[in-house]
Ligand binder design. Structure first.
Ligand code: ADP
Ligand code: ZN
Length: 512
């Protein structure tokens, strides 16, 4: 079947075991990175087992593409969702009952309708495949309430095997999927999430666009994606890249659908197109030769970062994941979360995820080890293909600097952003410093031993470590946290990472 229908020579990773397990009627929970080949795991058993494989998929937009691709391989596939006319839907139902379908894709809300459940009662079903299974998890980023009700599949048809698949596999999500879908007894197939050909690099933002242009200079005429924080950012970055002679196109949900589709087509078909996009871009995009994924702003979470960078180097050739972030990003994202519509619990969760990502960014350990560790996958570290492995960061004793910084935040009333506090620390009598009488403070000028850049780095790392937080109501004013006190009292030692010196950065700019 693999050769004859799909034209592949060999199974990848654990595909063979998964396919065998499901053919034999077992339940399975499959955790495999995007591009790993999850679809085959239910497609082949659907073709081999008697009856039609029923695939629950939340992405209506992708159903048609998947069905189209299957039909081209000669597989009898169809879909049922709200885009079909009632005549077309009736025809699909007839085909299912007549045993004329191998694969049927269904949107979850459709599946749960009384009409569809009755239909399943009367049809011969080979298996249930629950794609994007993380949608059942509140912890995940694409929560779909209807997914919670999919337990009905097991309750009503306990003898039909179920296979749940996802590319999001951090521990909390794994646990929740198994619990919510009553798949505790299902066999788990956890593939490695490592992408050894992707080189990870995190840099600190001073002039984001210039840094991005430097980075892109090492990727001339290559295809890549640049992710930006907002639609406005996407537009302005795309314009700046285009002005610099780069074939850059914008993509976000606010762009006219026709233009968006045209831009996506060019990205897929032409060489060397750089797509500047919000996270609206990428889901379901199967382009193997994306050579880089750049984040010009901080993503929202480690899972998001992993998903987005996972679009680089699907062909196994060297690819680069580059992330550029500054304290301003943290302020923006916190603001976005806190002003969002979500409930309090959800907001706290998202803030925690953001903190984890900050920890990852400021970490001095192997990026790959840290990233995989987040997914519960052990890695020995020293991967040799991330910034921290290639240019091990130096660290310095920041205990005194941290005390000075925190006490200056305190003395200035916890009402100012890093820029002003740094001016006070360094004894710079700006107009603002004078206006607030801050040159009279005991902390005025106590930090003249460090330059502005070094202090910025200290403040960023204090925020990343949760020792300072940015107050959204007050435009990012820094204030102390519950954890600040031991540092202020000198009871806690701190080490900070030393910024890469300019020269080292310049030499790595040349790229791969
Ligand atoms: P996922 O759903 O895990 O993101 P897909 O099922 O879409 O991944 O597969 C990603 C790509 O890998 C597809 O182009 C598919 O044809 C290809 N693929 C899957 N399995 C194999 C295999 N055993 N050999 C070669 N190519 C494969
Ligand atoms: Zn490494």
């Amino acid at each position: 079947m693999l050769h004859r229908v799909f034209g592949h020579t060999a199974f990848r990773g654990e595909q063979a075991q998964i396919v065998q397990h499901v053919i034999d009627g077992g339940d399975a929970l499959v955790l495999m990175p995007t591009g790993g080949g999850k679809s085959l795991c239910y497609q082949i058993p659907s073709l081999i087992r008697e009856g039609c494989g029923l695939v629950v998929s939340p992405l209506i937009a992708l159903m048609q593409d998947q069905v189209e691709a299957m039909r081209q391989l000669g597989v009898r596939a169809a879909y049922l969702n709200s885009t079909l006319s009632s005549e077309d839907a009736a025809e699909v139902e007839r085909q299912l009952l007549a045993g004329e379908l191998d694969l049927l894709y269904v949107a979850p809300e459709r599946l749960l309708s009384g009409r569809c459940l009755n239909l399943i009662d009367r049809a011969k079903i080979a298996l249930f495949a629950i794609d994007e299974a993380h949608c059942v998890s509140q912890w995940g980023h694409d929560f779909r309430p209807e997914y919670r009700e999919l337990t009905i599949l097991h309750e009503r048809w306990p003898d039909i095997p179920r296979i749940a698949l996802t590319a999001t596999a951090d521990e909390p999500t794994q646990r929740e999927i198994a619990e919510r879908l009553t798949l505790e007894d299902a066999r788990r197939f956890v593939s490695s999430f490592d992408r050894p050909n992707v080189r990870y690099r995190v840099v600190h933002k001073d002039n984001g666009t210039r840094q991005l242009l430097d980075f892109l200079a090492g990727h001339r005429d290559e295809s890549g994606i640049v992710y930006a924080f907002s639609r406005k950012r996407v537009e302005s970055v795309a314009e700046q890249l285009a002005a610099a002679g780069i074939k850059a196109l914008p993509y976000h949900a606010g762009i006219d659908a026709g233009v968006r589709a045209a831009n996506q087509r060019r990205f897929l078909q032409e060489d060397g197109v750089v797509m500047v996009a919000t996270i609206a871009f990428g889901m379901g995009i199967d382009k193997p030769d994306v050579r880089f994924v750049a984040h010009i702003d901080l993503p929202k979470s480690i899972e998001g970062y992993y998903q987005e960078t996972g679009r680089a180097g699907r062909d196994g050739e060297p690819a680069e994941a580059w992330l550029c972030y500054g304290l301003g990003d943290v302020v923006n994202l916190r603001q976005l979360i806190q002003q969002g519509e979500a409930g309090e619990e959800r907001k706290r969760l998202e803030l925690r995820k953001l903190d984890s990502l900050l920890g990852f960014c400021e970490s001095t350990e192997c990026r790959r080890k840290a990233l995989l560790g987040w997914f519960g996958e052990p890695h020995p570290g020293n991967c040799g293909n991330c910034d921290n492995c290639m240019e091990p960061p130096q660290s310095w004793d920041g205990t005194t600097a941290a005390r000075k910084a925190l006490s200056c935040v305190y003395r200035t009333g916890q009402r100012f952003g890093a820029g002003h506090v740094i001016d006070v620390l360094r004894g710079t009598a700006t107009e603002k410093v004078t206006r607030f009488g801050h040159e009279a403070l005991s902390t005025f000028g106590i930090g003249s031993d460090l330059d502005v850049k070094q202090w910025s780095s200290v403040f960023r790392q204090l925020v990343a470590a949760g020792l300072l937080e940015a107050d959204i109501e007050r435009h990012g004013a820094l204030r102390l946290t519950a954890d600040s006190a031991p540092v202020l009292r000198g009871e806690r030692e701190l080490r900070f990472r030393t910024e890469a010196p300019k020269a080292a950065r310049a030499s790595t700019r040349k790229g791969r």
